[in-house]
Design a protein around this ligand. Sequence first.
Ligand code: 5GP
Length: 114
Amino acid sequence: MTAKTVFQRIIDREIPADIVYEDDRCIAFKDIHPAAPVHVLIVPKQLIATVNDVTPADEPVMGHLFSAAKAVAAKLGLAGGYRIVINCGPDAGQEVMHVHLHLLGGRKFGWPPG
Ligand code: 5GP
């Protein structure tokens, strides 16, 4: 059996996290190494490893992550805007093989990203 991802262990309450939102399909918690004043990870409860593993059947849950992001951004007061990032694969620096949105806010962001 494949070892659980760290995010699955957070979902299963095996390790602690600062959870800011949860529903039946996803969980959102603060990144342990924040890159902005607000840095929340929004993770589907269903294991999808990377964007490359998304299938048409996953479209409802993937879309739901964006609804959750909007709710989290409102809850955390990001009225001035925010950035959503999804890293996919080694060139993008994906570390945890459980697909997730990074919701970043509370400061200005440059473009293009690094
Ligand atoms: P990735 O590089 O895969 O897109 O992002 C993984 C993110 O997960 C990183 O920003 C990293 O700081 C965060 N992270 C890794 N392990 C933990 C953990 O145990 N708890 C929390 N809250 N965040 C984690």
